[in-house]
Design a protein around this ligand. Structure first.
Ligand SMILES: [Zn+2]
Length: 268
């Protein structure tokens, strides 16, 4: 069954992963800008990274018939140094017109610090000024609920439409508030930490399939680029209809991403 993985960091995956994803039914992915696993030594390092996201990866993905789109930002982990982050942000507008760029992301909070919040607010203002979609990273574990609320308040203060913002890495204790406030919600399927495919399907059974998607968030750490098709299998095993599986793994991401005219993937 065809699917979209709307959050995966292909810069840190091999070409074999593209091949296996295509075999499993992947037709399109979107890749948010994120932390490379180390802090960049200079803001100029991001210029190369944005070229990789807008030139190299789309070409690599196309070899397997996969549409590649991306999101640009300074990730919250490197936003603690405000001067550094602002310098990086000053080059983002130069890349926003590239044909595979869908919006600003993944922005958000990591440690919920004051500096991270300042840079988050500046990203939101940039998204508002440039009329861009937003993809949000929420903090891990004990910081998640507080961080998610801080982020949702900042988005409201920035005057962005919740319907044009996806809040990712939701879990059992954050999903209902995110949906109730009108945002889109993303569930990240990790083999052990965050949501396993089983937990994600539990959440769908409890909260429904409106405005929610699943992604692998595959990166350089322990993660699984085939997490979305594995969740499809789990849904089928539990007796969910193909229509419901298609809604969560195809129609929902397509509906949200198509709010940007750059996302033009034909119906499956
Ligand atoms: Zn990510």
């Amino acid at each position: 069954m065809k699917y979209i993985d709307p959050h995966i960091h292909m810069v840190s995956r091999t070409t074999d992963d593209y091949s296996r994803m295509a075999l499993a039914g992947c037709v399109a992915i979107t890749e948010p800008a994120f932390w490379a696993g180390f802090d960049r030594s200079s803001p100029r390092g991001f210029e190369d990274y944005y070229r990789q996201l807008t030139e190299t990866e789309p070409a690599r993905a196309a070899q397997y018939g996969i549409h590649h789109h991306c999101w640009l930002c300074v990730n919250p982990k490197e936003a603690e140094d405000i001067g550094f982050a602002r310098e990086v942000m000053s080059i983002i507008p130069d890349f926003m017109d590239r044909p595979n760029v869908l919006g600003i992301g993944e922005i958000g909070l990591n440690k919920n610090s004051r500096n991270e919040l300042v840079i988050l607010e500046e990203h939101l203002a940039l998204a508002k000024n440039m009329n861009q979609l937003v993809l949000v990273h929420t903090p891990h574990l004990e910081d998640k609920l507080k961080g998610t609320r801080l982020i949702m308040d900042a988005i409201a203060n920035a005057g962005l439409e919740p319907d044009r913002v996806l809040i990712d890495h939701v879990e059992e204790h954050t999903v209902s508030e995110v949906l109730d406030r009108g945002f889109w919600a993303g569930m990240t399927l990790y083999p052990e930490t965050k949501c396993t495919p089983q937990r994600a399907v539990d959440i769908l059974e409890r909260y429904g399939t409106e405005r929610i998607w699943m992604n692998s968030a595959g990166d350089w750490g322990p993660s699984d680029p085939l997490a979305v098709p594995k969740a499809q299998v789990e849904m089928r095993r539990r007796g969910h209809t193909d229509q419901m599986i298609h809604r969560v793994t195809w129609e929902n991401p397509k509906t949200f991403l198509s709010r940007s005219q750059r996302f033009n993937v034909e119906d499956a």
